[in-house]
Design a protein around this ligand. Structure first.
Ligand code: SF4
Length: 322
């Protein structure tokens, strides 16, 4: 049972992100907290995290969004949903708000980019399909192992439902990328798992995937310990991080516990090789892997007339020099 606390947002709705990959367009969260309850979710470490089983629903989002846009001389090319929550949480208030906001933006020629692990309801899907050229979708899926997925993403749809949804998005002509994030070392990074997933994604019509491995913060470690009672699962997972250190994440100017560089390099190389065999291209998130990657993971898609900002160019140029 989820507790939904209705609150009025005082700060701006359209928010710039500190993630370089998201720096080109504003972002919107409809809630603080997320009912999908992924046990590795980095927002668990945020001061705004409302606690397990609770979401803060920003009920004045649509009103404030319209006010903010009416004051802008230039409208954004697109808006990203959502950096710290899922826009398709199975909560009527959230879904109604998402529909109204999407419809408003799309009808005024703006684009919608979203990342979801949730179920897109039929009426939302129809709206997105009607404006397919204005939509960039990312769907999170890291394994086809139902049991494992339900441990780490307890309130998200099972893999076959997400695959069907991915197929529907692709068939509608919506640019759709699948996000393998977080790849769990020792659990979802082996060749058999990646082959199985890449084969299914190819079958669903996907051509591009984005990837990043698991990173840890204190709040995430706490959550993993709270939710994974099977020591045979938890201990080897956490042990993989012992030889790693902290690395700076370009977002939030903070550091996280990372797998050793060579371990991540080898995981991404394995993924690339397998994905290529299925005709899938792979983008590794440079915001999260500044020591390895040279590219944007394209989390918000590409938008015409919205050039890369200097900060993002710096990020990727720095990485390229290494
Ligand atoms: S769907 Fe995304 S925002 Fe929601 S709990 Fe999972 S990782 Fe966090």
């Amino acid at each position: 049972m989820v507790e939904i606390v209705q609150v009025d947002r005082k700060s701006a709705v359209l928010t710039p992100s500190s993630l370089a990959c998201l720096s080109r367009i504003p972002t919107v969260n409809l809630t603080a907290g997320c009912t999908h309850g992924c046990i590795y979710c980095y927002t668990r470490a945020y001061s705004t995290y409302p606690g397990e089983g609770t979401i803060m629903f920003y009920r004045n989002t649509f009103t404030k969004l319209r006010e903010e846009l009416s004051r802008k001389r230039t409208r954004p090319a697109a808006v990203y949903f959502s950096p710290s929550s899922d826009v398709f949480q199975p909560v009527p208030e959230v879904l109604d708000m998402a529909y109204d906001v999407f419809q408003y933006l799309l009808k005024r020629g703006m684009g919608i980019a979203f990342l979801t692990k949730g179920h897109i309801p039929e009426r939302h899907m129809q709206l997105l399909q009607t404006h397919a050229s204005q939509v960039r979708a990312q769907v999170g899926l890291t394994t086809l192992d139902r049991e494992l997925l339900s441990t780490f993403e307890p309130h998200s749809p099972p893999p076959e439902a997400r695959l069907a949804q991915i197929g529907q998005l692709v068939a509608s002509g919506i640019m759709t990328q699948v996000r393998l994030d977080p790849i769990l070392p020792g659990l979802t990074d082996d060749a058999a798992t990646l082959k199985c997933l890449c084969s299914a994604l190819k079958g669903a019509g996907v051509s591009q995937i984005a990837a990043s491995t698991l990173f840890l913060r204190a709040g995430v470690v706490y959550s993993l310990k709270q939710h994974i009672r099977d020591a045979a699962l938890l201990k080897p997972l956490l042990a993989q991080f012992k030889a790693g250190g902290r690395i700076p994440i370009h977002a939030e100017k903070s550091t996280v516990f990372a797998l050793p560089t060579e371990v991540r390099r080898s995981i991404y190389a394995r993924l690339r090789e397998i994905a290529q065999a299925y005709g899938l291209s792979v983008r590794v998130c440079a915001c999260k892997n500044p020591d390895l990657a040279t590219e944007s993971c394209s989390i918000a898609g590409e938008w015409a007339g919205n050039p890369t900002k200097p900060r993002q160019q710096n990020l990727f140029n720095e990485a390229e020099r290494e």
